[in-house]
Design a protein around this ligand. Structure first.
Ligand code: ATP
Length: 363
């Protein structure tokens, strides 16, 4: 396996910047997810690494080589696509063997590699079938097998689970994670699904508008989103983001809403908002960091219940607060009704604060 280094990578299509100045290092054996909304540039980034499209500027290094000008076949990569791209008329055996046959490897060597890969991926009993005789998950494993036998330096995966139904997606998520662990594979994995990135990857590269927004472990990205975009993109239900204004009075720092309810900040949070470029800040809170009260308690602010969604283990409640929808989670035994007047209290230790102008996290 090998590391991959992207340095100041740019891809333009006429005036459109698909990828802007993306720099990141994928360490040897690391699983990195490129994640972001549609059009953010993640597929373009993957295709640049694969060599399927030429770069506009910057450098791509795989292992010890700068591969900018190398053909895809010379980059020592294997791709696994959304539609698996299996040959419909070939058996599973021949689908997996195909890249080795193209390399004119001896048939005894091919046989050994195909059977080894089939055993590791638990598809030995399917080798004589054709792709149409397989389930989605089995086809996925065949596609992984075909990538695996090539013994590449890097696996590139583009939304490999998006054609599967919800249950199979979850199952294949753990299979790909297991694949990564078993083979110490360097994997770059494109997905629009933040949950897939959070659950599978060692690191996630969150992209928006062609820019790399944040590159870190899922735990770090979740705990310390660097800006409003990352805060709103990572986590489900989404982090609630409430625009407020900072005022100070008698040494106290207070956040005030358009409706004039207020939250007095702890010393630590007060220090953070001192770094804001204007009086506008955005308060961010994850669903579990907000407490719902049936009556007013110290530090709570008035709000109204919008919807109540029981899921069994936990009930998600959406609440209107100053024209913003706030997500809260409650134990299923908590009794609350739509349109009910309630009060919310924010946990100051788990509060996020963002600059209302620059949208950057206030540290
Ligand atoms: P999706 O999840 O929808 O595939 P993505 O994040 O992978 O989106 P890209 O496909 O990388 O996004 O596209 C990034 C930007 O580049 C988009 O604005 C897209 O319209 C533009 N783009 C991509 N390919 C081309 C092309 N061949 N010609 C012109 N613009 C393109």
């Amino acid at each position: 396996m090998a590391h991959v280094i992207l340095k100041d990578l740019v891809k333009t299509y006429g005036p459109v910047y698909a990828v802007r100045d993306v720099s990141l290092t994928v360490n040897d054996g690391e699983f990195v997810a490129l994640v972001g909304p549609s059009g953010c540039g993640k597929t373009t980034t993957l295709n640049l690494v694969a060599g399927l499209i030429p770069i506009t500027s910057g450098d791509i290094t795989i292992g010890e080589r700068v591969v900018n000008d190398l053909d895809p076949k010379d980059r020592d990569i294997a791709m696994v696509f959304q539609n698996y791209a299996l040959y419909p008329n070939k058996t599973v055996y021949n689908n997996v063997a195909f890249p080795l046959q193209m390399r004119r490897m001896s048939s005894s060597m091919i046989d050994q590699k195909v059977r080894d890969a089939a055993r590791m991926l638990d598809i030995s009993h399917l080798l004589e079938r054709r792709p149409r005789e397989l389930s989605g998950g089995q086809q996925q494993r065949v596609a992984l097998g075909r990538a695996l036998v090539r013994d590449p330096a890097v696996f590139l995966m583009d939304e490999p689970l998006s054609n599967l139904d919800a249950k199979l997606r979850v199952q294949m998520r753990s299979e790909i994670k297991r694949f990564h662990q078993d083979f110490d594979a360097t994997i770059i994995y494109v997905t629009h699904d933040q949950l897939e990135a959070v659950t599978m990857a060692d690191k996630m590269a969150v992209m928006n508008g062609g820019y790399l927004q944040q590159y870190d472990t899922p735990a770090q990205v979740f705990a310390n989103p660097v800006n409003l975009f990352v805060a709103s993109f990572v986590g489900s239900p989404a982090m609630s983001l409430i625009p407020l204004e900072v005022t100070t009075a008698g040494g106290r720092t207070i956040l005030t809403s358009a409706e004039k309810w207020t939250i007095e900040l702890s010393d630590q949070n007060a220090r953070k908002v001192q770094g804001a470029t204007s009086r506008k800040v955005v308060l961010g809170a994850r669903h579990s960091a907000i407490r719902l009260h049936k009556s007013q308690v110290a530090g709570s602010v008035p709000a109204k219940v919008y919807t109540v969604e029981p899921t069994g283990d936990v009930t998600f409640v959406q609440v209107f607060l100053s024209g913003t929808v706030v997500n809260i989670s409650l134990p299923p035994t908590f009794d609350v009704e739509p349109d009910e007047q309630i009060w919310l209290a924010f946990d100051q230790n788990r509060m996020h604060l963002f600059d209302g102008e620059t949208e950057l996290a206030l540290q």
